[in-house]
Design a protein around this ligand. Structure first.
Ligand SMILES: Cc1cc2nc3c(=O)[nH]c(=O)nc-3n(C[C@H](O)[C@H](O)[C@H](O)COP(=O)(O)OP(=O)(O)OC[C@H]3O[C@@H](n4cnc5c(N)ncnc54)[C@H](O)[C@@H]3O)c2cc1C
Length: 285
């Protein structure tokens, strides 16, 4: 199907984008990689009056470590993350998630920020970035604010962003020198959305867990954080018993539903097994 009629603007500066978004309010949509928005428009699930294409705005494509913090600009594509050496090691959960997103065509165009703004409960970045305590920088004509990724998602495909706000950057805090983790995803075939997936990120201090981040994909109305599991691990030695208990708590936090990809019970068990595997990998650092 073809999309409905729409106007198109490609501003060369953020200020111009903000002014247009102020004028059109929720009748306008930001266009980044177009990998979610364009299919929605073709299906007529979305019919914005105006697309504000931010691809010509300079300075939004930076992927760098600054003062220990990882900064991912709004035009950083999935493929940039897949190829960046920055996303290994202590940010291994991000490096492991990137190549598991869809296929190379989608990864060439789709952006990390666009994925967060789209708020698909099956989006992989939502969980991976929640596990590392990332925040987004949301900017508009009235200024800028930071929103924890966890607080960005309200429900399926809805966020706490205002219609006139643009995510300009994602910021990932420094986890310290001893940190590791991974992203484990079960998909029916390569390129599919997750049947269930798990992001695990652990930082250590003096041999015990300083902070654990565990987030779940595809098993709830939004990416879910397994808080009880994280809290059970804080200060603990990451031994088999602690891992087993955290995996059990994470499975309890999942809110899966039966669907074509599998039964709720099956998905909950995948979460348990993946959290166990993820934590075992994290303790190898
Ligand atoms: C066939 C296929 C398979 C896919 N498989 C997966 C998968 O396995 N895992 C996965 O996680 N994703 C998957 N995706 C989604 C893909 O990752 C998209 O790239 C991503 O969800 C959206 O990023 P985008 O840059 O393309 O955003 P767009 O499509 O341009 O925009 C998506 C939404 O975000 C808003 N938006 C975009 N950028 C900003 C911004 N900077 N500030 C504010 N709002 C913004 C837009 O207005 C729109 O509402 C798949 C997509 C396709 C087509």
């Amino acid at each position: 199907m073809y999309p409905g009629r729409f106007e198109y603007q490609a501003p060369a500066a953020l200020g111009e984008a903000f002014a247009t978004l102020d004028r059109y309010g929720d009748e306008a949509k930001v266009l980044a990689g177009g990998q979610s928005l364009i299919p929605l428009m073709k299906l007529r699930f979305a019919s914005p009056r105006l697309l504000v294409d931010i691809n010509r705005v300079p300075g939004l494509d930076g992927l760098a470590e600054e003062e220990g913090e990882l900064r991912i600009g709004a035009l950083v594509r999935h493929k940039d993350c897949e190829r960046s050496s920055l996303l290994g090691g202590r940010w291994g959960v991000l490096g492991d998630a990137a190549p598991q997103i869809s296929d190379p065509i989608v990864r060439n165009l789709g952006t990390v920020a666009g994925s967060l703004a789209h708020a698909d409960p099956q989006g992989d970045w939502g969980s991976a970035l929640m596990a590392v305590d990332a925040r987004v920088v949301a900017r508009g004509s009235e200024g800028s604010r930071e929103i924890a990724v966890e607080d960005l998602f309200e429900g399926p495909f809805t966020t706490t962003l205002e219609p006139n706000e643009v995510i300009t950057e994602v910021r990932v805090p420094d986890p310290g020198p001893q940190a590791g983790g991974t992203y484990l995803k079960l998909e029916r075939k390569v390129g599919d959305f997750a049947t269930a997936a798990v992001a695990v990120h652990v930082s250590f201090s003096n041999g015990t867990v300083r902070r654990a981040g565990i987030a779940l994909t595809g098993v709830g109305p939004r990416n879910l954080r397994a808080r009880a599991a994280e809290e059970a691990l804080a200060g603990a030695t990451l031994d088999d018993e602690a891992i087993g208990e955290a995996a059990r708590l994470a499975a309890e936090a999942a809110e899966p539903r039966d669907d074509l990809r599998g039964s709720a019970e099956y998905k909950r068990n995948v979460v348990r097994v993946f959290v166990e595997r993820g934590l075992r990998k994290a303790r190898e650092v």
